[in-house]
Design a protein around this ligand. Structure first.
Ligand code: ADP
Length: 161
């Protein structure tokens, strides 16, 4: 069975992420959403919250689980037995960064393959940072985030603003 790791900040998980998760879950035996446990204070949600939001949003996908990790992604991949890293690519913004990271990961872990899935058209311009900004300004995010994330965003912004 091929296990794939989908690493990222997921602050929070968007419909663009969920689209990648859903498609990747059909390609691999098991998919692990790996939420990076970063000390970055600029994140809106705690690591625990980001993991829980991903778990609830993907509860209908039996071969998907979400967990947090620290340190190098390639080390976590080894630890979980994953042989593939999944990333999503949006049209303009992601390629150079993903390519740079992929080359470095290849150097660190030559056996680990990277599979990039192209973002679906309707999610090309969806990013966690833009959605957080929109939510702060009171925009409705229907269809852009899973329902549980929309609720969590409203609650979080009410308590932090
Ligand atoms: P990171 O902090 O590593 O960039 P993110 O949580 O922002 O993590 O994203 C995780 C992965 O999902 C990255 O590969 C990113 O390019 C991809 N991604 C983000 N938004 C979308 C989207 N709307 N459609 C497809 N892929 C996306």
């Amino acid at each position: 069975m091929t296990t794939a790791l989908y690493p990222g900040s997921f602050d929070p998980l968007t419909s663009g992420h969920l689209d990648i998760v859903t498609r990747a879950s059909k390609l691999f035996g098991q998919l692990i959403i790996a939420v990076y446990d970063t000390p970055d204070k600029r994140l809106l949600f705690t690591t625990k919250e980001r993991v829980e939001l991903a778990q609830v949003a993907t509860a209908h996908l039996p071969n998907v689980k979400a967990t947090s990790y620290t340190g190098l992604t390639v080390d976590f991949a080894r630890k979980t037995g994953a042989n593939v890293i999944v990333r999503g690519l949006r049209m303009s913004s992601d390629f150079e960064h993903e390519f740079e990271m992929a080359l470095m990961n290849k150097k660190l872990a030559p056996d680990l393959e990277l599979v990039c899935l192209m973002s679906s058209l309707q999610y090309q311009f969806v990013s966690s940072s833009l959605l957080k900004e929109l939510a702060q300004l009171g925009a409705r995010l229907d269809g852009l985030v899973p329902a549980n994330v929309a609720t969590a965003l409203t609650q979080k912004l009410r308590t932090t603003c």
